[in-house]
Design a binder for this molecule. Structure first.
Ligand code: PEP
Ligand code: MG
Length: 579
């Protein structure tokens, strides 16, 4: 495979990377096959039984939890999984196969399960076909225990490389070591998934929807990843390499040029002031905040504190993080969002029962209102930190007034406890409401008076308004913020926020897309909160606009009927601005 191959994917995070590939696989993928020495066979058998015990332990603790929460049906299913693990197929048959084949446990186990699956496939009875799913589920769990030691995490990678994966999870990306990972290339993924958000926060070029061939051969090929255009080039010719090295240099100079504006304020040519703040997922990003001229933190995604970890951070651990955050941010505000767990952000926690539609299930504020102890622990930590700087609290995924009032009431309870204990905190800490569910946008006249500020989460607002899964790349042709319904919802929120005299910010990914800057300003948004690497380009864009022109554009765009017409109008306005 020596000729140059160009694969067109979907761009997620801009930037150029040139390097060698590393194939990162999920535990159940790519199980290797190898022979085991006779004296190591007993070790392989023991390893298998240990993985079985661990899997059983997982299921039993999950089952206990389900029962505590009244999830009897789920507990029954887990009970049947525990029973399946006692089946002779799972015990005697696998042990015999390890002994007779003399191969590694993962491989033998997978092939025994393959035979079981084949038998199940031939059965037409729906009951037995369903049992196949149970076997697959258990098999995945056992394999992941077997491979725990063998599997490397993205944190452990020791040499510079471009990571190729079928798919990444938010915790994979959270752990990614940016000193050695030059880019990500995946087969599937979507623009506003949390994996993409994380890669952007870390500034790692990322291309998805690439059907890449086998790359990790004895002599892996050289690769170019162009995260801006979505192009992945395997075995580039000398000429292509030269072109991309020059392109990379040009891009770096452009960013350096843009950073010069960091000293100036984010206001339009005719003096309309905007607040340009940052979305922060990892502490490291805070260093860039000042360098890039961000005014505070518009969204601190607190749930990233425990992604990839096995336990929730204690009150003290959280307090230290939030305190450091507000102190580092200085005079500007830090908006700390309470845990937005659920959807694709569950990490290693099984707080809720397995759900058919996790994005429509017990997520974010819904989960926190159920898990009161966890919620109160976080609120205590935020409130304690508020004595050291400008902290605000933001509630995610509010869908109606009751949730907002209940969340605020929990804050009041925690305040009383702190007061009684003589612990200092800001008694008038602002409490904001995230508008990311259409129902919330439609009742902003009711929610705005009860909120200190509003923050529009367009990533979810688009998903819920258009009924398109934000993480499903096959549906991404429908997932667009330039749908007239989304723009009308944003307009509604801004108008009601303004009527109630409340600050309205946009913290979804469109805030970081310069194509939308003029429109959002024209719609009346006061603040844009963007990933730190996007701060310079958005500040420069704002500084090249007028509020008069922006309002005219917004007025015109609101008369258009399709995303295509709106995209064309935004592109034309952007080009006219000479950006
Ligand atoms: C959003 O939904 O727009 C948002 C900012 O929150 P998240 O992307 O973390 O769901
Ligand atoms: Mg959201």
């Amino acid at each position: 495979m020596n000729r140059e191959i160009r694969l067109q994917g979907y761009p997620i995070c801009p930037g150029i990377a040139i390097g060698r590939p590393f194939l990162f696989s999920a535990p159940e993928e790519d199980v290797p096959e190898f022979l085991v020495a006779d004296d190591k066979i007993q070790f392989e058998v023991d390893r298998y039984y240990q993985a079985l015990r661990r899997s059983r332990k997982d299921l039993m603790s999950l089952q206990r939890r389900m029962l505590q929460e009244g999830g009897e049906e789920a507990a029954d299913i887990l009970g049947s999984h525990i029973e399946i693990m006692r089946d002779p197929i799972m015990t005697v048959k696998v042990e015999q196969a390890i002994r007779s084949e003399g191969k590694n446990t993962e491989y033998v186990f997978k092939s025994v399960m393959g035979e079981v699956e084949e038998k199940f496939q031939r059965i037409t009875d729906i009951f037995f076909r369903e049992r196949l799913k149970d076997f697959q589920d258990i098999s995945r769990r056992i394999i992941s225990h077997l491979r725990q030691k063998e599997r490397c995490t993205l944190k452990q990678l020791a040499y510079r490389c471009i990571v190729f994966a079928h798919e990444l999870s938010p915790s994979d990306t959270a752990e990614a070591n940016t000193d050695v990972i030059d880019a990500f290339v995946t087969r599937s993924g979507a623009e506003t998934s949390h994996v993409a958000i994380m890669a952007r926060a870390k500034g790692i070029p990322f291309v998805t929807n690439v059907d890449f061939p086998v790359l990790c051969t004895a002599s892996p090929p050289q690769i170019i990843v162009d995260g801006g255009s979505g192009l992945v080039i395997i075995n580039p010719t000398g000429r292509t390499l030269q072109e991309y090295r020059e392109f990379e240099q040009k891009q770096r100079q452009e960013v350096e040029g843009l950073c010069k504006s960091s000293l100036f304020s984010a206001e339009t040519i005719d003096g309309y002031p905007l607040r340009l703040s940052a979305n922060i997922e990892m502490f490291k990003e805070l260093d860039m905040l000042h360098q890039y001229g961000g005014e505070g933190v518009g969204l601190f995604r607190s749930e990233y504190l425990f992604l990839g970890k096995d336990s929730f951070p204690s009150e003290e651990e959280q307090f230290l993080v939030y305190k450091q955050l507000v102190e580092k941010v200085g005079n500007h505000t830090s908006v700390i969002r309470t845990f937005d767990i659920g959807g694709d952000k569950l990490g290693n926690f099984h707080l809720s029962r397995q759900e058919q539609n996790p994005y429509l299930g017990c997520r974010a504020i819904r989960l926190m209102l159920k898990e009161r102890t966890l919620f109160k622990t976080q609120l205590r930590a935020i409130l304690r930190a508020s004595a050291f700087g400008e902290a605000s609290i933001l509630f995610p995924m509010i869908s109606g007034l009751n949730e907002l009032l209940e969340a605020k009431m929990v804050v009041e309870t925690v305040k009383e406890e702190l007061l009684a204990a003589g612990i200092p905190f800001n008694r008038t800490i602002p409490m904001g409401c995230m508008i990311e569910v259409p129902s919330a946008a439609l009742i902003c006249d009711i929610l705005a008076p009860e909120s200190s500020f509003l923050s529009i989460g367009t990533n979810d607002l688009v998903q819920y308004a258009l009924a398109v899964d934000r993480g499903n790349s096959a549906m991404s042709y429908l997932y667009t913020p330039s749908h007239p319904s989304v723009l009308r919802l944003i307009k509604m929120v801004v108008d009601e926020g303004n009527r109630a005299g409340k600050n309205v910010s946009v913290c979804g990914e469109i805030a970081a897309n310069p194509l939308y800057t003029e429109l959002l300003i024209g719609l009346g948004v006061h603040e844009l909160s963007v990933s730190t690497p996007a701060l310079p380009v958005i500040k420069n864009t704002i500084r090249g606009l007028t509020i008069v022109g922006a309002r005219e554009l917004a007025e015109h765009v609101l008369t258009l009927s399709t995303p295509q017409e709106i995209d064309a109008a935004l592109t034309a306005a952007f080009q006219k601005g000479g950006k």
